[in-house]
Design a protein around this ligand. Structure first.
Ligand code: NAI
Length: 249
């Protein structure tokens, strides 16, 4: 029930961090994966280490006009996409009063507009086939207030809203959609947000009952579960994978 054998997964931003770990876990569970990103070198290296069941396509998710072509290219050359993982995302830490409209839009465009556009593109095929699984990568910033990340928080709340709304639209067609809300996971993104801000790092750790930060693999394992038949009655949900951070005092 937890196998992903014969499944094809599209993972955006799969060349590094959490996306790469999701690719690794999904391949271990038997899937073929297609990772996307903007830097061909990084994708080539990632595919070389993921092995023969990994493919890459250079794609910037913010170029919405290319998403239809991306999905058609994958389905024509590799196979039908069974699993979409909307992992690509960007963060920006800045006091709210200093955030410009342009900066706010840039985060929303990558983390929310592109997520909806790619989800719609994949889901139109999935709903027609009456099978498919979609995963969103949310954040603790969609669970509680965090200072200096207004655009990022708004985008991740948006993603959580989409999960609920789209579960309503897609459930009659046997397509499930869920979010994983990672806690504080050791990746380049977290490094950038925390390295110059020890107070924030200590605060995050203090309210994590398990007492340590997560590894990208922790998200990969949860993604395998939610994508598998083992989760066949789970849709419209958001699963915190956070060492208890979201319930910590
Ligand atoms: P990361 O910066 O290591 O990876 C993000 C990936 O997205 C990179 O491969 C990057 O190239 C790709 N990407 C960014 N913009 C893109 C675009 N326009 N087109 C295609 N690819 C693009 O960061 P990390 O930590 O692995 O983040 C992955 C996801 O997990 C993001 O959605 C992030 O918001 C989320 N997340 C991470 C947490 C953490 O503690 N690391 C906590 C909560 C959520």
């Amino acid at each position: 029930m937890f196998s992903l054998a014969n499944k094809i997964a599209l993972i955006t931003g799969g060349g590094s961090g959490i996306g790469f770990a999701i690719a690794t876990s999904m391949i271990e569970a038997g899937a073929k994966v297609v990772i996307t990103g903007r830097r061909e070198n990084a994708l080539q290296e990632a595919v070389a280490s993921l092995g023969e069941n990994a493919y890459y396509v250079v794609n910037d998710v913010t170029a919405l006009q290319h998403l239809e072509g991306l999905v058609a290219h994958i389905e024509n050359n590799i196979g039908e996409i069974d699993i979409l993982v909307n992992n690509a995302g960007i963060n920006m830490k800045k006091p709210a009063l200093e955030v410009t409209d342009e900066e706010f839009n840039r985060i929303i465009h990558t983390n929310l507009n592109a997520v909806f556009a790619l989800t719609r593109t994949c889901a139109s095929r999935m709903t027609a086939r009456k099978r498919g699984v979609i995963l969103m990568i949310s954040s603790m910033a969609a669970y509680y207030g965090i200072d200096r990340v207004p655009a990022y928080s708004a985008s991740k709340h948006g993603v959580e809203g989409l999960v609920k709304a789209l579960a309503m639209d897609f459930s009659p067609h046997n397509v499930r959609i869920n979010a994983i809300a990672p806690g504080f996971i050791e990746t380049a993104m977290m490094q950038t947000a925390m390295s110059s801000d020890p107070a924030r790092m200590n605060k995050a750790l203090d309210r994590t009952p398990m007492g340590y930060f997560g590894k990208p693999e922790d998200i990969g394992l949860a993604a395998v579960f939610l994508a598998s038949e083992g989760a066949k009655y789970i849709t419209g949900a958001s699963l915190p994978v956070d060492g208890g951070n979201s319930i910590g005092f």
